[in-house]
Write a protein that binds this ligand. Structure first.
Ligand code: HEC
Length: 150
């Protein structure tokens, strides 16, 4: 009996490998990208690209294990959600009010240590931000138009 359950499980694991995730990115216009529009200093750009862009832009770099299901599904879900909330690749299409709001959210999320997501920094050591990097990032966000802080 146990043997058949095991075979069944193996079959399921094999079959789901055929349902890989869609890694194609929508057409990207570099001119409306957040970094291109706001020219952060190099150290800030590096933090953004290594700690945020995988989920909040069309520049997602998928790790090899994204080819293994269900891990890939889980990653794709994060990217979908991340882009839905904030997409740095489409920054130029946001209205001024929305940009201000998102910049404010960024300061808050980074300050509270909510972003980058923990589940991401566990595997992406380079995205783990030091207190100093958080400060640098927040201080730079503060130079952009944002909502009043309370
Ligand atoms: C592993 C993917 C991932 C990474 C990396 C990541 N985020 Fe997020 N982010 C998300 C998801 C998913 C959400 C949606 C809300 C949630 O589930 O917490 C989100 C939500 C947000 C929000 C809230 C947007 C809103 O208006 O609701 C902000 C702001 C944000 N992220 C900023 C950042 C910044 C800045 C970085 C880099 C320092 C970053 N995120 C890194 C996945 C990610």
């Amino acid at each position: 009996m146990i043997k058949y359950i095991l075979y069944g499980l193996i079959a399921v694991v094999v079959i789901i490998q055929f349902f890989g995730i869609d890694k194609s990115a929508p057409d990207t216009n570099e001119a409306i990208d957040f970094v291109a529009l706001n020219h952060p200093p190099v150290e800030v750009e590096e933090i953004l690209r290594s700690a945020c862009y995988d989920c909040h832009s069309h520049k997602t770099v998928y790790p090899w294990y994204s080819n293994i299901q269900p891990v890939g599904w889980w990653l794709a879900d994060h990217v979908d959600h991340g882009r839905g909330h904030l997409n740095f690749s489409e920054w130029g299409t946001y209205e001024e009010k929305k940009q201000k709001h998102k910049v404010t959210e960024c300061m808050e999320e980074v300050e509270e240590g909510e972003m980058p997501l923990n589940s991401y920094t566990w595997v992406h050591g380079e995205a783990r931000l030091s207190a100093e990097q958080r400060e640098t990032l927040i201080a730079w966000f503060r130079t952009l138009p944002h909502e009043e802080e309370h």
